[in-house]
Design a protein around this ligand. Structure first.
Ligand SMILES: [Fe+2]
Length: 313
């Protein structure tokens, strides 16, 4: 076996948005509130991802969630088994989820070590009673409702909301590089999930029946156009141009990618200049959500992956 075969690699990365409505619409046994369905476009999009993930047989799914907010440093779930009730504080009537998950602690610790190596503040989350945030749970449930693949959860350091865009996203680029090295060194076949919505301005009133799809639409035409501009660029593999418009996208639409999940993931994948596959787009209380995939495994097999790291000024 060559050295390259022996080292770990990222098989694919997904934009995996986490509106709790998607879990609510599915009615899995873990979630207490019951629905009549809803948001099918996005739920069917996730179904494609599930099938692909199963076929890739990954060792682990890593997820970066905007709703595990840490003020000092980047934290990594580091308890072998976590169990409990995860509740969305804004939508407790939609999401009360009994979770049970296995953490790949060896990889979590490697991520921690590499983050320190990168000069980042980092911490291992070792509280056995930690209540995992609904963003992490929703993205993981939608990608793999069987929960039969270990995970690594990564917090969203709040720096994007305290610092300039460049500083904040630079932190996420370093976090991505640290994550990639940790995956390679531990020999893991990994899936990445950026748990974020695109445009994020939303309605502040909910219909009497939350899943009443006659009430669901994008918050504004401007927001829709921004989402489409973003999606068109990733569909064409134009990540440099996408990164150029990212600050304005965040500013104009309050895009949740600001929390860093997307840039963390792209950095871990070395900003692959391959077209992202769009599995679906849909709105949730007016926000824009895309389920998108960069299939690195396929690109490697076809020889189309140019791992040219992006340099930011
Ligand atoms: Fe969110």
């Amino acid at each position: 076996m060559s050295h390259r075969d022996a080292s770990g690699e990222i098989l694919a990365g997904f934009i995996a948005p986490h509106p709790p409505h998607l879990v609510y619409g599915e009615n899995p046994p873990q979630n207490k509130p019951q629905s009549q369905g809803g948001w099918e476009n996005l739920r069917w999009a996730y179904q494609h991802c599930r099938d692909k993930i199963k076929a890739l047989k990954p060792d682990v799914i890593l997820v970066h969630s905007p709703h595990w907010q840490t003020v000092v440093g980047h934290h990594f779930l580091d308890v072998p088994k976590l169990k409990g009730l995860s509740v969305d504080p804004i939508f407790p009537h939609l999401f009360q989820y009994d979770f049970e998950l296995d953490v790949d602690t060896e990889l979590a610790e490697a991520c921690y070590e590499e983050a320190l190596e990168e000069g980042l503040a980092a911490k291992k989350m070792v509280n056995p009673n930690f209540r995992v945030d609904y963003g992490t749970i929703t993205s993981l449930h939608m990608l793999n409702p069987d929960w039969d693949i270990p995970v690594v959860g990564i917090s969203a350091n709040n720096s994007p909301y305290y610092h300039t865009h460049d500083y904040a996203q630079d932190q996420m680029i370093k976090l991505g590089q640290a994550t990639r090295r940790a995956i390679e060194k531990t020999g893991r076949r990994a899936i990445l999930a950026a748990s974020n919505t695109l445009s994020h301005l939303h309605f502040d009133r909910e219909p009497a029946i939350p899943e009443d799809m006659s009430q669901e639409h994008i918050m504004s035409h401007e927001q829709y156009l921004w989402d489409m501009r973003f999606i068109e660029l990733i569909r064409q593999g134009k990540l440099d141009e996408m990164m150029d418009i990212l600050p304005e996208f965040m500013e104009k639409t309050f895009a949740e990618v600001k929390a860093g999940s997307l840039v963390w993931m792209l950095s871990a994948m070395n900003f692959p200049k391959i077209p992202a596959q769009i599995h679906g787009y849909g709105t949730v209380i007016g926000t824009g959500n895309v389920v998108a995939e960069w299939d690195l495994d396929k690109a490697r097999r076809e020889g189309t992956l140019t791992e040219e790291a992006m340099v930011h000024a």
